[in-house]
Write a protein that binds this ligand. Structure first.
Ligand SMILES: [Zn+2]
Ligand SMILES: [Zn+2]
Length: 271
C-alpha cells in the first residue's frame, strides 16, 4: 500500500490535468455534445486563463497548507492518530473525509453571500464543457484549501493522503463538466456511490432550486445523507446564472473582478 501511495504522489498534477482535458475533449467529439455553441476556442481561452491565475494562487496558499498539515502530522493531531486501522482503510476513509469537508465548505460557499461572490464565477458558465473545470475564481483557493487543512487536522491525515485525494479528485472534476450526456444506466449504477457527470450537471442548472444541490465532488452519499441530492435529465438543463448571461459578463476580466461588484441573484424560481 505504501508503494501505491508513493506512486500516486509522484504523479505530476499539471500533466494529469493536460491529459484529462485532452481525453474529455476527445470524448465530447466521440460521444457528441448535447449542447452546441459557437466560438468554442474563445470559450476555452477565457476559462483557461483562470487555470493560470489558479496555479499561482494555489502555489502561494500551498505554502500555508503544507506548513499547517506538516505541523499537525508531526504533533500527531487528529482522529486517526488515536485509533489503529490498516493503512489501506485509512486512505479510503481519508479520501471520504476530505470529500465530506469539501461538501460542507461548498455548501457554505452557496449559503454565505460573501463566499457566493467568489463561487458564482464557477457557476457563471452558460456554455458548459470540459473547460468549465478551469473556471473558478483564484481567491476560492482560500475556501477549498482551508477545507483540506481542516479535514487533515480533524481526522489526522498527512500530506501523502491529501496527495492521493487530489489524484482521485481530478478525473471526477474534469469529467463532471464535459459536454456529453452519459446514458441513464451510468447514473443508476455508478450514481449509487459516486457523483457522475450527469449528477454534477444538475448543480449547474440556472434554477437555484437545483443549483443548491449535489455539493459533493466524489461521493454521492454525502448529498443523500444531508438531503441535498437532486436529479434532472441533462437534456432539460439550462446552464449558468441568468445574471451572467451576456457576452460581456462571460469574459475572463469581467469574471475576475465580479466578486467586487454587487450583482443580484435572479435565478431563484421554483421547480
Ligand atoms: Zn457550487
Ligand atoms: Zn462544477
Amino acid at each position: 500500500m505504501e508503494n501505491i501511495i508513493k506512486l500516486l504522489n509522484a504523479i505530476n498534477e499539471n500533466y494529469l490535468i493536460v491529459f484529462l482535458i485532452a481525453l474529455f475533449y476527445s470524448l465530447e467529439r466521440l460521444l457528441g455534445s448535447p449542447f452546441k455553441f459557437d466560438r468554442r476556442l474563445n470559450h476555452f481561452f477565457n476559462n483557461f486563463l483562470f487555470q493560470i491565475t489558479f496555479y499561482f494562487a494555489n502555489l502561494a496558499f500551498a505554502i500555508v497548507q503544507v506548513g499547517l498539515i506538516s505541523w499537525s502530522s508531526e504533533n500527531q493531531i487528529g482522529l486517526f492518530y488515536w485509533i489503529e486501522i490498516p493503512l489501506w482503510l485509512k486512505v479510503i476513509i481519508g479520501v471520504m473525509c476530505l470529500d465530506l469537508s469539501s461538501y460542507w465548505f461548498h455548501r457554505l460557499a452557496h449559503n454565505s453571500p460573501l463566499l457566493w461572490r467568489l463561487h458564482r464565477v464557477h457557476h457563471s458558465d452558460t456554455k458548459m464543457d470540459t473547460s468549465t473545470f478551469f473556471r473558478g475564481h483564484p481567491l476560492e483557493v482560500l475556501v477549498f484549501g482551508t477545507s483540506s487543512v481542516v479535514a487533515c487536522i480533524i481526522f489526522g491525515l498527512d500530506l501523502s493522503i491529501l496527495g492521493v485525494y487530489f489524484i482521485v479528485l481530478l478525473p471526477f472534476l474534469v469529467a463532471q463538466h464535459a459536454n456529453f450526456e452519459l446514458p441513464d444506466w451510468t447514473d443508476k449504477f455508478f450514481g449509487k456511490v459516486f457523483i457522475t457527470p450527469n449528477i454534477h450537471k444538475v448543480h449547474h442548472e440556472q434554477n437555484q432550486f437545483y443549483t443548491d444541490s449535489n455539493f459533493a465532488d466524489i461521493f454521492v452519499f454525502w448529498d443523500k445523507l444531508f438531503k441535498t441530492y437532486k436529479y434532472l435529465p441533462v437534456k432539460d438543463m439550462r446552464y449558468g446564472l441568468k445574471e451572467f448571461d451576456t457576452d460581456k459578463k462571460q469574459t475572463f476580466w469581467f469574471l475576475l473582478i465580479s466578486p467586487f461588484i454587487k450583482i443580484d441573484r435572479s435565478s431563484n424560481e421554483n421547480p
